[in-house]
Design a binder for this molecule. Structure first.
Ligand code: MRU
Length: 368
């Protein structure tokens, strides 16, 4: 059994009065060089923190959306407008708008129940929004633990796992999604090597996943994204990534580069596993065409650490995400279990909670 140091990272926390109300964020743009915290006391500050990836990753964006609505409520802002603004901060990760909407629903339901004539109505409604945000946080922590438990069954002995972007405690109320499985496998002594895609252009892999793997004592190596192809030809037993939005047909939106990995894995017969909470499944999106892929500033590609690497006048194509067809996904791990194959039918039953048998994954491990 391999022992690891605890990797308890609270990347987002709520601050009650008298110091709050506020949402306090671990600034992920400053990692791994320093652990700096940003206190957001209003919605424009939180919106900016989301747009600039101070806070990032689908599940955590869900918390940011929900706590943001609570913040607006306690401030006495226009809560519906705040929810709408936060939901638009970044378009691809469905959890952001989902979290904001759930907190807004709780706020509005409480206002209706109390009635505006009651002088305490606004305060009670703000309390309801905060309670909803806390419930989302607790659910996410539980989902993360369940994902780790179910996903472990897909990891064989002495596994060489490749992962993309960052999906650990920095993006979750728990230990993450894909990274939570990797952590569980490491604790079970099953990880021989973790290959960490650097994840250009913002390097969430090199900066954040390597940071979390190092803290956990996982044997890992950072690679240029383009090195994954040759590694896939015999040095990788399993690819595990997260997701930002999963459409009803099983199309998976995740960090740009994920689709390429799925194609490579398919070509080399390597299992390609996606891990995400059910809250990341958007049943209102029928397929890939219904997923809005965020286009980010070209400077993220044409400059590196503030230095121009492309000649002046060069334009850049900088989609933050891409979409992988369900047919390339070997299995989806959620808090409900392991779903395979991944298609409209299995997702529908998963969505309705009937899907995978709770706690009883179909396969012991994915052997090549
Ligand atoms: O642009 P980012 O860093 O927010 O992108 C994050 C990802 O693509 C993650 O893989 C995804 O959100 C899942 S996090 C569990």
């Amino acid at each position: 059994m391999t022992h690891t140091r605890a990797v308890d990272t609270r990347a987002l926390r709520w601050l009650d009065p008298p110091d709050g109300p506020a949402v306090v964020l671990l600034d992920q743009t400053r990692l791994p060089a320093e652990e700096a915290w940003l206190t957001c006391r209003d919605i424009p500050a939180l919106d900016h923190a989301i747009r600039t990836l101070v806070v990032r990753g689908a599940p955590l964006l869900g918390l940011a959306g929900a706590y943001g609505v609570a913040l607006a409520a306690y401030r006495g802002d226009d809560v519906a407008a705040a929810a709408d603004l936060l939901a638009r901060s970044r378009p691809t990760a469905v959890n952001l708008s989902w979290g904001a909407a759930r907190a807004l629903d709780a706020y509005q339901a409480a206002r209706r129940a109390v009635g505006d004539a009651d002088p305490g109505a606004a305060r009670r409604a703000a309390d309801a929004a905060l309670a909803q945000a806390r419930a989302i946080e607790a659910d996410d922590a539980a989902a993360s633990a369940a994902i780790a438990r179910h996903g472990l069954s897909l990891v064989g002995e002495r596994a060489r796992i490749l992962t993309h972007c960052n999906t650990g405690a920095l993006v979750s109320a728990g230990e993450g999604t894909a990274f939570a499985i990797i952590l569980a496998a490491h604790r079970a002594g099953r990880v021989a090597q973790l290959w960490v895609d650097e994840t250009r252009p913002l390097l969430q892999g090199a900066r954040l996943t390597a940071y979390e793997a190092g803290r956990a004592g996982i044997p890992h190596a950072v690679l240029a994204d383009s090195a994954a192809a040759s590694l896939m030809a015999g040095e990788v037993d399993l690819v595990i990534t997260g997701a930002d939005r999963i459409a009803a047909d099983g199309s998976v939106a995740n960090k740009v580069g994920t689709y390429g990995l799925a194609v490579l894995a398919h070509h080399h017969g390597v299992p390609f596993v996606v891990a995400a909470p059910v809250s990341t499944i958007d049943f209102a999106a029928a397929g890939a065409a219904d997923i809005k892929v965020e286009l980010r500033p070209g400077e993220e590609v044409t400059t590196f650490a503030g230095t121009a690497v492309a000649p002046p006048g060069s334009t850049a194509h900088n989609p933050a995400f891409d979409v992988t067809d369900a047919a390339l996904v070997t299995a989806l791990v959620t808090e409900r279990g392991v779903t395979r194959p991944v298609n409209a039918g299995t997702l529908q039953s998963l969505g309705a909670g009937r899907g995978s048998r709770e706690g009883a994954p179909t396969d012991v491990s994915v052997e090549r």
